[in-house]
Design a protein around this ligand. Structure first.
Ligand code: NAP
Length: 258
């Protein structure tokens, strides 16, 4: 390769691709949407409660010159996600990348955890990933290409006291990632997971101050990760450069789960 070609390199280029990202009205999902859009991808994103944030995200993405549309849809609603994906295919023509990012926490020791807190976390995090993956499965199979990136957590690998519901959902996502990767590998579809550690978002801001300090103290790098750290990894996995990687779980955690 000559140097001028290298300088103008188009690595991680997503021009002409459409990415569907769940939970992209804020936090990690929004950072992934912005990163993908900067690399030329059109963005369809799902959100649920916060219409104001969603409108702001839509505006910021549109300013990057790509096609963008937000869809109000609860990822835990099977029929709702099916309808949303059909609508996205109608609006955008096709889908190339799915990022299952939407997630919630309802922390508490199992001793006091309510059944509804267990069910809610499983339904949004794990069943939501199933619903969305099932929604694009045939579309990707027929096109013989596609990228699925699931946002898990180091908690799904190591467990965490007070998060048995969340750890179960995230461990389930890792199992689902590897299973679907095996199902779709021969169809040119890759399925990978990212396991973030402690990332500065609304989710971690909601933790009690002491718990937050203790979590950061336990990180070898002694600092929280930024949403861009996750977005960079997602971009790599979505890109042509990661074509031969599937069924992988990449920890992005400052060494937290070594
Ligand atoms: P966040 O700031 O709380 O944002 C959550 C996003 O998910 C929001 O866009 C929210 O939409 C959306 N959402 C929640 N429930 C939904 C539902 N039922 N249907 C559709 N969208 C829904 O969270 P975050 O910290 O960015 O986390 C993003 C992902 O990373 C989650 O899967 C989380 O478990 C994972 N993760 C985060 C960390 C961390 O340290 N932050 C660590 C490990 C893993 P609205 O704005 O409409 O409410």
């Amino acid at each position: 390769m000559i140097l001028s070609e290298y300088r103008g390199n188009t690595m991680f280029n997503l021009t002409g691709k459409t990415a569907v990202i769940t939970g992209a009205s804020r936090g990690i999902g929004k950072a992934i949407a912005m990163k993908f859009a900067k690399q030329g991808a059109n963005i369809a994103f799902l959100h649920i409660f916060d219409a104001e944030n969603a409108a702001q995200t839509e505006k910021e993405l549109a300013e990057l010159g790509v096609k963008v549309k937000g869809y109000e849809c609860d990822v835990s609603d099977f029929n709702g996600t099916k309808a949303a994906i059909e609508q996205i295919i109608e609006d955008f023509g096709e889908i190339h990348i799915l990022v299952n990012n939407a997630g919630i926490i309802r922390d508490g020791l199992m001793l006091s955890m309510k059944e509804e807190d267990f069910d809610k976390v499983i339904n949004v995090n794990l069943k939501g990933t199933f619903n969305m993956t099932k929604g694009v499965y045939q579309h990707f199979m027929k096109k013989r290409r596609g990228r699925i990136i699931n946002i898990a957590s180091v908690v799904g690998i190591n467990g965490n006291a007070g998060q048995s519901n969340y750890a179960s959902a995230k461990a389930g996502i890792i199992g689902m990632t590897k299973s679907v990767a095996k199902e779709l590998a021969s169809r040119g579809v890759t399925v990978n997971a990212i396991a973030p550690g402690f990332i500065a978002t609304d989710m971690t801001a909601s933790m009690p101050e002491k718990a937050r300090e203790a979590a950061i103290a336990a990180i070898p790098m002694k600092k929280a990760g930024q949403v861009e750290d996750i977005a960079n990894t997602a971009l790599f996995l979505a890109s042509d450069e990661a074509a031969y990687i599937t069924g992988e779980v990449i920890k992005v955690d400052g060494g937290m789960a070594m």
